[in-house]
Ligand binder design. Structure first.
Ligand SMILES: C[S@@+](CC[C@H](N)C(=O)[O-])C[C@H]1O[C@@H](n2cnc3c(N)ncnc32)[C@H](O)[C@@H]1O
Length: 280
């Protein structure tokens, strides 16, 4: 599939769900005892907080949220010390939603409508922290974007990115159950849908992830944390059905994850934190 077609589909699918995308309501509140709550606490809040609190010596930082979507993570990052957030996304409707969130919480937010592949307008070493969550799997060429993000991070600054892993439970369930992103937009033959499904939401082998880490030659690896976000929770594709199936039994998901980890698997993917080397 051509890169432009790929990007257009990714854009349209996200635009169609812009207001309701994600787990976190506008005021940062998540209804307790829901699947969203489980997912947010275990797979978003805890790992991101751990990484920021462990590795960001400066508690007041400028954040670049690369592929910020509707800004569902702004609240968390503000709590963790972001004093200003620049959000880049190629979705106009997503950015509008992000602006709504930011103004409700009176955050200092600069929205930029643009492609992550074209960051030439941002000067080198501009940000202390880059959040790059839930985006890499939608990019035709993740390496180009990672390299650009490395450039705009200040020496001593940090990137946190998430990567879905192949041979994980999420990968299996996504392949088997989740509807193709493209099939939500157009009706296509089943074989084509299966093929596009695996290319539009990509999972990466461990050696591919290691290549990503290695490609950021100006950065040191700080931490890799396995998580169970996204696809794993999407085992049951319809939200009301998911709610019904899991109602009140989210602890079972923890057990399932533990069991999976015990067998040596990664439940869904990883957070990767890296720090830019300080030039001497
Ligand atoms: C799955 S959403 C994640 C949003 C946000 N990071 C979050 O965690 O809530 C992916 C976002 O990346 C944006 N995106 C995907 N490819 C992009 C690109 N090449 N340039 C800019 N934004 C892109 C989409 O519009 C979408 O808002």
């Amino acid at each position: 599939m051509k890169k432009e077609v790929f990007s257009q589909i990714i854009h349209d699918v996200h635009a169609s769900v812009a207001p309701e995308y994600g787990d976190i309501a506008y005021n940062g509140f998540v209804r307790p005892n829901t699947l969203e709550h489980w997912n947010y606490i275990r797979n978003v809040k805890n790992p991101i907080s751990k990484l920021v609190l462990s590795y960001m010596p400066n508690r007041l930082f400028t954040l670049l949220d690369a592929g910020c979507g509707n800004g569902q993570l702004f609240h968390l990052y503000t709590e963790l010390g972001a004093k200003a957030i620049v959000g880049i996304d190629f979705g106009k409707t997503m950015l509008k939603e992000a602006q709504k969130r930011a103004s409700l919480s009176k955050m200092c937010f600069i929205p930029i409508l643009g492609r992550l592949e074209d960051l030439a307008f941002i000067q080198d070493d501009a940000f202390q922290l880059v959040n790059f969550y839930g985006v890499i799997e939608h990019l035709p060429d993740p390496f180009v974007v990672l390299k650009e993000l490395e450039r705009v991070i200040a020496p001593g600054g940090m990137i946190i990115f998430s990567v879905p892993r192949k041979a994980s439970l999420a990968w299996l369930t996504y392949a088997l159950f989740c509807p193709s992103l493209e099939s939500m937009m157009h009706r296509r033959p089943i074989i084509q849908r299966l093929k596009h499904k695996m290319t539009l939401y990509r999972f990466f082998r461990n050696d591919e992830i290691e290549r990503m880490i290695g490609s950021l030659s100006g950065m040191d690896l700080l931490s890799r944390i396995p998580v169970a976000y996204g696809g794993m929770v999407g085992v049951i594709p319809s939200r009301p059905l998911r709610e019904l199936a899991f109602r009140g039994r989210y602890a079972a998901l923890d057990m399932w994850n533990l069991f999976f980890k015990y067998l040596g698997f990664i439940p869904a993917g990883e957070y990767i934190a890296m720090r830019k080397k300080v030039r001497s």
